[in-house]
Design a protein around this ligand. Sequence first.
Ligand code: SAM
Length: 277
Amino acid sequence: MHFDLITIFPDFFTSVFEFGILKRARLAGLVNIATHDLRSFTKDRHRTVDDRPFGGGEGMILKPKPIYDAVNSLGITRKGERDPQQETVILLSAQGRPFTQAIAHELASINRVVLICGRYEGVDERVSELICDRELSIGDYVLSGGELGAAVIVDAVVRLLPGALGHPDSSRFESFGAHEVVEEPSADGPPRTTHGAGGLLDYPHYTRPAEFEGAMVPDVLQGGNHDVIRLWRRKMALKKTKTNRPDLLEGAELNEQDRRLLREVEAEERIKPQELE
Ligand code: SAM
């Protein structure tokens, strides 16, 4: 897989991809990440990439021509003629569609992804119209530039590439995992390290020591009964999702056991903490 990042701050990415999974994936040849300085595609002495907005108003806008030239220099097929499995061009934008794990999976199957990082007040709209296949936002907040967003997208996508993680299941049984990989409660062997698949958030994790500052690891995790641990993890994934992201529960694939566990969670919530003691 190949990423091209178009930015006015190429040095921003100098160390971002130098750690952990991303570094290993690069060194193993699973992914190649190239940065391109937008200013190299200007023709004037001041290497101007921005200009004042038509209609007036605050701030400066990234001009379309340097971005157009930068994308063309990569040999990318014209918009509308691209093979969506081969290449795609994406504009980072607060006005874009939300970037999700599902989109990360989609991008991980494309050979070449070009990410255009905006700056200032934004990017001339014709960049989106004429060059980009889509606009993506990494969240409902405004960043100063698209570079952090691009780094987020690269990170989320690269860890999904076959061979990037130590264990392939790690990216299947985790928060926002795909529905079809929900592990059956009756599965043999020790429970997976992560088990919050099926559109839910992951369950809580613990490691040694068993007691920390008076807080204990739940007994069930120390008991060694795989079926009980599986059930507890599923219940905790449901509970965490209900608490932090109730919107995800609506789209999650819940079976009869899940609904029973959720009823248990709700019943426990109705009981006052002192009554549980
Ligand atoms: N005027 C724009 C607006 O209100 O939507 C904000 C422009 S922002 C200061 C400059 C650049 O940062 C954008 O062009 C975009 O590339 C990037 N950016 C800002 N917020 C972002 C977000 N939530 N997701 C992705 N990129 C973002």
